[in-house]
Design a protein around this ligand. Structure first.
Ligand code: MIC
Ligand code: SF4
Length: 645
């Protein structure tokens, strides 16, 4: 039978279950990646499993998120990560080497392989023909230990591309168009597979931009075939031997189809405060801009940066705009410095930023009060920039560079007088792997460095018979992991759960953690009540670990996003959804809630919740796999793994 490319790669990695849409399956993971903000917990958990060495084909540890180093915490984390990588057989990518997804694509990504990363934008690797999935750190630790990754066999949606993009319209506009169509919720357990004649007109970095932001739709991953363009990219990276040709069979059956004629697309923008809030750039033309930031794992390839340099060439940025540029990797930065592009950027007035996540995660460059900030990154959730009233718009590098010059939203297709830059996809990248530290062959005497910022993974107890406590918080729709566990200034507490837990829901309800602790002290449990698409965005398992630490036993929502649901189960928090949507109205914050015989109830799908305050019963669903059920009963995956060793 004719197969989709997704089916082919999944079938060759299948370890558990059958490949039927909706079935739980386990797949073998070839490669793993971690970044520092999720990495410390990942390696602490890997250490807790008691293995001497990673068991998968390739494990890489990147340092790209926490590179600001205000105080000792970030540096302590880096030292721990470097030493644990050497001790356990992991390749270490030093700070300054670049953003994990960009660097992984350049130096390690291989068509046909599986990649699991402790970061939600791991699907960037789909641009090179790999099944690349974002997950919580504990799932990645299990994959490093050689265990399978569990997921739901996905629905495969074909996105058929026709034709060619016009000048000034780019890959970012393609994915913003996809986001406009699919939205940011309701796409759980789907894979976007790109096909059609238009694919051949997109280079690997463009394909990766598209796959990167598929994460914002909530899909498991996105995937392009591996073809002549993939070979050209790998050759230019000096890795032609890593290439294999891969595509779907003629006549393969997909679960759904969305067609895009690339030649008709126009420049788009995601408006505040959601990547799914799409408008055309032309509809905002003339709107004043105070800040432009170009970079992040979405748009920081050499071709993107070179385009920007050529648009800026010989001109000076608007006097009321601050322009920051963060090339995605040291490779890209080196090339820009060698071909004169960096000089063009500096001459125009750009502030050159470190090759790291930086502004994208609110680590620096927060806009002013109500400041309009145009960014080439992938998320514009409220407050993520570090300024709650900041107005962040997501655009292509072309749209960003033009706005930096004019000081206002400028439609790239309008008559703005800037010549269209020549697009260059190099046939030879500058390859310099000296900032990777490869693990030594003899690892017997390596000491792991642990500064005071490195804690232990927190423990949980087995599931109790009775859950009894309060709806400690009630929130609305589309609560992101940035709402639950703020990054930015709080990032440095990632390795210290008691300290980080004080900031759970900080921007939504700053006294949440105090209330949780008060309830815990009185022997009561905490419940989180939420609307649709709870836990969107990042893969940060801290959005489960810290609530677990605060005694949260269940999340009751209209719907819960995939990675977050896995993280909740991994840490023993029960994910529940309302059987009837209108019941969301039947719980108010502070209501007293009760679930009896919970272990027994989650053996089936239906769970009855008693709202003691309102004297009523509410039916909930617990849609979990058997593996997840055992985790919940044992108080989390770590307890199961420890029990086995
Ligand atoms: C993000 O873009 O939100 C992050 C920061 O990269 C996260 C990971 C994290 O929170 O450490 C992600 O996307 O998974
Ligand atoms: Fe880093 Fe931003 Fe990409 Fe997350 S989305 S990996 S913070 S650049």
């Amino acid at each position: 039978m004719a197969k989709t490319l997704t089916e082919k790669i999944l079938a060759s990695h299948l370890e558990e279950g059958t490949l039927e849409c909706g079935n739980p399956i386990g797949i073998h993971i070839d490669q793993t990646l971690t970044q520092d903000a999720t990495g410390t917990m990942t390696y602490l958990q890997f250490e807790a499993m008691g293995l001497d060495s990673v068991q998968n084909e390739l494990a890489v540890s990147y340092v790209d998120h926490n590179t600001i180093q205000v105080g000792f915490e970030n540096a302590d984390d880096h030292h721990y990560l470097q030493s644990v990588a050497a001790a356990k057989g992991v390749v270490f990518s030093r700070p300054g080497n670049g953003i994990c997804h960009q660097v992984h694509l350049e130096r390690f990504g291989k068509p046909g392989k599986t990649l699991l990363g402790s970061d939600s934008h791991t699907p960037t690797g789909g641009g090179i023909g790999m099944i690349a999935i974002g997950a919580g750190g504990l799932d990645v630790a299990v994959a490093m230990a050689g265990g399978p990754f569990h997921l739901i066999s996905p629905k495969v949606i074909e996105i058929r591309l026709h034709g060619k993009l016009r000048t000034w319209v780019s890959a970012k506009d393609v994915i913003l168009t996809v986001l406009e169509h699919f939205g940011v919720k309701g796409n759980v357990n789907c894979i976007f597979e790109y096909t059609g004649d238009g694919v051949a007109n997109l280079e690997v970095p463009e394909r990766s931009t598209i796959c990167n932001m598929g994460a914002e739709c909530g899909v498991t991953t996105s995937l392009f075939p591996s073809d002549e363009k993939t070979l050209a990219f790998l050759k230019a990276q000096g890795r032609a031997e890593d290439w294999i040709e891969l595509s779907a069979d003629e006549g393969a059956a997909y679960d759904d189809l969305y067609e895009i004629d690339l030649s008709t697309l126009e420049p788009k923008v995601a408006c505040p405060h959601s990547p799914g809030n799409i408008a055309t750039v032309s509809s905002l033309a003339g709107k004043k801009v105070e800040q432009v930031l170009i970079g992040s794992c979405t748009n920081s390839s050499y071709a993107d940066m070179k385009k920007v340099a050529d648009i800026l060439d010989g001109q000076t940025i608007s006097e009321h705009v601050s322009l920051g540029i963060a090339p995605g990797s040291r490779e890209v930065l080196l090339m820009l410095s060698q071909d004169g592009s960096l000089a063009k950027m500096i001459q125009s007035g750009a502030r050159i930023l470190e090759s790291a996540c930086g502004f994208c995660i609110g680590n620096h460059q927060s806009p002013g009060t109500e400041g309009v900030s145009l960014r080439t990154s992938n998320r514009n959730f409220e407050g993520r920039s570090g300024t709650k009233s900041g107005q962040v718009y997501l655009v292509s590098p072309e749209t960003a560079a033009l706005a930096a010059l004019s000081g206002v939203f400028t439609d790239p297709l309008s008559d703005h007088g800037v010549a269209f830059p020549e697009i260059v996809h190099p046939t030879q990248f500058v390859i310099d792997d000296t900032m990777f530290i490869f693990p030594p062959a003899d690892r017997s005497n390596i000491e792991i460095t642990r500064g005071p910022n490195i804690g232990d993974p927190p423990k949980n107890t087995k599931l109790k018979e009775l859950l009894e406590g309060y709806a400690t918080i009630k929130v609305g729709d589309k609560i992101t992991t940035d709402h639950i566990m703020p990054a930015g200034a709080r990032l440095k507490y990632r390795s210290n759960i008691p300290a980080y837990s004080k900031f759970v829901f900080e921007g939504v309800d700053p006294s949440f953690s105090e209330r949780c602790i008060e309830n815990q002290d009185r022997g009561k449990d905490n419940f989180i009540v939420a609307g649709a698409s709870y836990g969107q965005g990042s893969s940060r398992e801290h959005a489960a670990i810290c609530p677990m630490y605060l005694g949260v036993k269940a999340v009751i929502a209209l719907s819960i996003e995939r990675i977050h649901q896995n993280n909740l189960c991994n840490f023993g928090i029960i994910p529940l959804t309302f059987a009837n949507e209108e019941d969301y109205q039947k719980i108010d914050q502070s209501d007293e809630l009760l679930i009896e015989d919970i272990a027994k109830q989650i053996e089936g799908r239906e769970v009855v919740l008693k709202n003691k305050t309102k004297s009523l019963e509410i039916t909930l669903y617990c849609d979990i796999t058997d593996t997840q059920r055992s985790m919940l009963i044992e108080g989390g995956l770590l307890n199961i793994l420890k029990g086995r060793n």
